[in-house]
Design a binder for this molecule. Sequence first.
Ligand SMILES: N[C@@H](CCC(=O)N[C@@H](CS)C(=O)NCC(=O)O)C(=O)O
Length: 200
Amino acid sequence: MRLYHSPASPFVRKVTVLLHELGQTDAVTLKTVTTTALASDEALKTANPLARLPALERDDGITLYDSRVITAYLNDLFNGGFYPQNSSRWETLTLEATGDGMMDSGVAMVYETRLRDAEQVSQAWIDAQWAKIERTLFALNTRWISHLSGPLTMGQISVACALSYLDFRHDTRNWRQGNEALAKWHAGFDSRPSMRATHP
Ligand SMILES: N[C@@H](CCC(=O)N[C@@H](CS)C(=O)NCC(=O)O)C(=O)O
């Protein structure tokens, strides 16, 4: 299988962290591409018409996207157990969506300044995206710590990758301030070999 990959993408990192946790890094060849909405990589466009990373090209020629589809597929393929089949399944899926949503906002903020001409950049849009992230950090810090602290799930992997992306691209915003329980959880999670091996 081939994974269209960029080391800076938090969505790709979800997949590579999962592969490490599954002990299956050898099952996938990384095809590193540089792509933006304004200049899409040609091979990626053919594999995934949305031209977004990650995309997983299977040996039968079918390409899977987006990250949530790929992680569910790899978890099933390798019997990972990172999507519990009991009642906590829905919390896991919601937690994964929560991490992904923080990534959406964090990436949108970067695109706003990188891909637009200076006179087009909307500070109100950037502020609105950060407000979403701030509300989500508060919710994670106050309501989700027990889920984050249980057995490893794909929800935890997604939230950890999202928080690490904030460190990578938005470190001056100091997301840890006021979110001490979440910061403590992240510090522990970030020391996992899977996270160390996939640092952007
Ligand atoms: N919902 C998608 C989001 C993927 C996404 O936005 N990827 C970014 C990289 S971080 C991308 O490929 N951007 C290029 C583009 O939008 O054309 C997923 O979970 O895979």
